[in-house]
Design a protein around this ligand. Structure first.
Ligand code: XMP
Length: 323
């Protein structure tokens, strides 16, 4: 019988046998897959697992705290948080090209992660021989079903690791689909916000600012994004839409009239889409009242934003993200 309870029990036994008295490492991205994989492994081997979370400063409002506090509270996992915001912002300084941003973020991520990993390995304690990955069944199929060693498809995930690792992989979600992973996560007691999280790109808000990424712009986008998410959730639409990127057109200004007079601010783009697998997508026909509420709140509450626009492009031709 397929039950989440059985899956957990079976995996816990397997992982215990595989790891023995050695240690394992797991990178957390804030996403569902790595969180559930880590929670499952933590259930099996407790403090023999160390999780690493690289805070690149490109997360949405509250997401890092969610990992630091709520995830740790729910799992009791040993977590190393690396605050690398400065480093990422410095590396991204002056860069507007989307592909270049992705490359920089990916490269810095691997460097920071590897350094944290090296420090953990150098700790007193049993050898670190295992790396936990949140690979799902569709990923396995997509990459040809290989198993065992660290041949991880680099995909476009920031978590894509170099191929010269000498770890053995633990992939407890290899047989599961996304909805099953969410069920397992729920059964393991993970917070709703993590288990039901919509897709979010590895490079984070770095690719939702059209133009250079700066701390000020990130803070502004975080505020706008938080409002959109709040209102979509309040309207009960967060589960219905696939995801809703909120994009800051940092290099564009338009004239507005706010409060005492004329403003010259930036537009925010809402990009709500419906999709099955992100390969194709349609723009979501959100109720006007919800759009109106989001628009009013963003222009009232977010400094320097005087216009909210709706993206009504399907994919193709438009990708879901703007960069
Ligand atoms: P696009 O923009 O290509 O996005 O239509 C398809 C899906 O992939 C997500 N996405 C990414 N995910 N790293 C990721 O982990 C990335 O670099 C990346 N770029 C896009 C996007 O949010 C959507 O769900």
């Amino acid at each position: 019988d397929w039950t989440t309870g059985n899956v957990i029990e079976e995996q816990v036994a397997l992982i215990r046998e595989q790891v023995g008295d050695k240690r394992a490492i797991c990178g957390l991205s804030g996403g569902v897959d790595s969180a559930v994989a880590a929670a499952l492994v933590a259930r099996a081997i407790g403090s023999q697992l160390t999780c690493v979370y690289v805070d690149h400063g490109l997360m949405r409002k509250g997401e890092t705290e969610q990992v630091e506090k709520d995830f740790v509270a729910a799992t009791g996992v040993k977590l190393v948080v690396v605050d690398a915001e400065e480093r990422f912002l410095t590396a991204l300084k002056g860069v507007s090209d989307p592909e270049e941003k992705r490359k920089i973020i990916g490269r810095e991520f691997i460097r920071v992660f590897e350094q944290a990993q090296a420090e953990i390995i150098a700790d007193e304690g049993p050898a670190v021989e295992f790396l936990v990955q949140g690979t799902l069944y569709p990923d396995v199929v997509e990459s040809g079903g290989g198993t065992g060693t660290a041949n991880i498809k680099s995909h476009h995930n920031v978590g894509g690791l170099p191929e010269d690792l000498e770890f053995q992989l633990i992939e407890p979600l290899r047989k599961l689909f996304k909805d099953e992973v969410r069920m397992v996560g729920q059964e393991l007691g993970l917070p709703e916000e993590i288990v039901q999280r919509q897709p979010f790109p590895g490079p984070g808000l770095g690719i939702r600012i059209v133009g250079e990424v700066t701390k000020e712009r990130l803070d502004l986008l975080r505020d706008a994004d938080a409002i959109a998410r709040e209102e979509l959730t309040a309207a009960g639409l967060d589960r219905e839409i696939w995801q809703c990127p909120v994009v800051l057109l940092a290099d564009v200004r338009s004239v507005g009239v706010q409060g005492d007079g004329r403003t010259y601010g930036h537009p925010i783009v809402l990009r709500p889409v419906s999709s099955e697998d992100a390969m194709t997508a349609d723009w979501s026909r959100l109720p006007y009242e919800v759009l109106a509420k989001i628009s009013t709140r963003i222009t009232n509450e977010v400094r320097d934003v005087n216009r909210v626009v709706l993206d009504v492009t399907s994919k193709p031709p438009g990708t879901i993200e703007w960069e």
